[in-house]
Design a protein around this ligand. Structure first.
Ligand code: SAH
Length: 341
């Protein structure tokens, strides 16, 4: 059984042709799946009844139920979504002027164990399949027209490469949701083999890399992935990626008070990122997490000093605001609250 939301538009054409059905049925199917938001093939009333029955048997829809909605005073909404096996993930909807961004999860939990991250604090349960990721997107889409996707929810996308990329191709498909590749940002903690694979896809997705520390000693402490792929290897993969694709890389740097927020860290960070052509930096003040009460958000003065050092070193830098704090929006927090009930 192939799940309906894992099938690309051109594949539907082949499936129908093999059954002697006319190609316009593919358009009707895509309309039902991606414009009418059906939850059951029975609702696809443009299709003949016996064909709906066949679809139900052979290409089932994916269950993805909205278990909880948590709204923040800044307009951010966080949804807890449940799948057929009882597992759940979070997706966050972030409105901004002219934009409506969805932050999507690719795994239930995460195996990477970054010290400051709530999603990784209990390990990984399983990866999502492409149809589950598409269903997650559609659950968000019901709340408004999504203009941008960031793959910055729970999970490490490069640890679930095939299903994640397939889902993004489905969401990008012209006859599907048709969300532009340049409006889709994949974020990785630095799983190096993923860079070359992504470069070979020839699709213009945006790429972010979670760096968070300018040297191996500190980065290995914060991010265990650094012991497998240290900074030198990571930055080489980043430089190769920008050369091969001519696309920029954005480095994410979560600033933690007294941990990675010194002037020396900022100077070392500037030197490191300059090894990658077309690199940018996003500074993100830490969102406090329950399992690490010792990690605190830096004050504005420190953040501005850090920003200033990078700018003086000619590194293109943005200081990001945290959104959705009162909606448990730091990755993984809503699911944890649910698990701990
Ligand atoms: N695994 C991927 C994507 C998910 S995490 C990655 O690591 O990039 C998305 C981003 O949120 C990463 O940059 C991550 O380091 C950051 N993040 C996780 N916990 C955070 C916290 N408590 N405060 C601020 N940023 C956090």
């Amino acid at each position: 059984m192939t799940k309906a939301w894992s099938i690309l538009p051109e594949e539907w054409k082949g499936i129908l042709a093999a059954r002697g059905l006319r190609p316009f049925r593919a358009d009707q199917i895509l309309q039902s799946l991606y414009r009418d938001y059906i939850d059951d093939w029975e609702e696809a009333t443009t299709l003949p009844k016996d064909f709906r029955e066949t679809l139900k048997q052979e290409f089932p829809l994916t269950e993805c139920r909205e278990l909880e909605v948590s709204k923040s005073s800044d307009g951010t909404q966080k949804l807890l979504l449940g799948y057929a096996d009882g597992q759940s993930v979070e997706t966050v909807l972030i409105p901004a002027t002219g934009r409506f961004t969805q932050c999507i999860s690719t795994q239930v939990g995460c195996a990477m164990g970054c010290a400051f991250c709530a999603s990784g604090s209990r390990g990984v349960v399983r990866s999502l399949t492409s149809d589950e990721i598409v269903a997650e997107y559609l659950a968000g889409r019901k709340h408004g027209e999504i203009t941008n996707i960031v793959v910055m929810g729970m999970g490490e996308p490069f640890n679930n490469y095939d299903e994640t990329i397939r889902a993004l191709k489905l969401i990008n498909a012209g006859k599907g949701p048709n969300l532009g590749a340049r409006h889709i940002t994949i974020s990785t903690c630095g799983v190096v083999p993923g860079f070359r694979r992504l470069a070979s896809e020839g699709i213009q997705f945006e790429l972010s890399v979670s760096l968070h520390a300018p040297n191996d000693a500190l980065r290995s402490e914060l991010m265990p992935v650094n012991r497998r792929w240290p900074i030198d290897e990571l930055l080489t993969a980043c430089a190769d990626y920008t050369k091969a694709t001519k696309r920029i890389i954005t480095f994410e740097y979560t600033v933690i008070k007294g941990v990675n927020d010194s002037r020396a860290c900022a100077e070392e960070l500037a030197r490191q990122v300059k090894r990658v052509p077309m690199a940018k930096v996003n500074l993100i003040p830490l969102s406090p997490v329950a399992h690490r009460p010792d990690f605190k958000t830096p004050d504005d003065q420190t953040l501005l000093m850090f920003l200033d050092v990078l700018m003086k070193n000619r590194v293109q830098t943005m200081l990001r605001r945290s959104r959705g704090k009162d909606a448990n929006a730091a990755c993984g927090q809503l699911r944890l609250r649910h698990l701990d009930g």
